[in-house]
Ligand binder design. Structure first.
Ligand SMILES: [Zn+2]
Length: 126
């Protein structure tokens, strides 16, 4: 008998989103996504680590843009004119301030956890 012919139409068979084991989901309430609390916790930690990696990559890109802007400002101050004509100082300054402000607001991640493994992650919400 396939799952679609189940005598209990409100019971569906799913798999744990972390380990892939079969998991029975009752129809009422919020459907379970994980077979055990351990799988739920591991999935939460995986998402938290992935989010931190993404954040570090984005911060690195912001820092590179900021450095590029600082280089352009230095060169402009020395009388350089970019060959592509993009020497609008107001735009460059406002972009630089925006980048620096965003880095300042988001940069807290950079100071934490040099090893990548020792910082305890927050507990998953229940
Ligand atoms: Zn599982």
């Amino acid at each position: 008998m396939s799952g679609r012919e189940n005598r209990h139409p409100n019971v569906v068979t799913k798999v744990c989103e972390y380990c892939g084991r079969a998991l029975v989901v009752a129809g009422a309430g919020r459907p379970r996504r994980y077979c055990t609390a351990a799988c739920r916790q591991r999935a939460y930690r995986s998402r938290a680590i992935a989010a931190e990696v993404r954040e570090r990559i984005e911060l690195g890109q912001l820092a590179l843009q900021l450095r590029d802007n600082a280089d352009r400002l230095l060169l402009l101050s020395q009388g350089w004119h970019p060959p592509d004509g993009t020497d609008n100082l107001d735009d460059l300054l406002s972009t630089t301030v925006r980048l620096a402000t965003e880095l300042s607001h988001r940069g807290h991640v950079l100071g934490s956890d040099e090893t990548g493994h020792e910082t305890p992650l927050p507990r998953s919400p229940d």
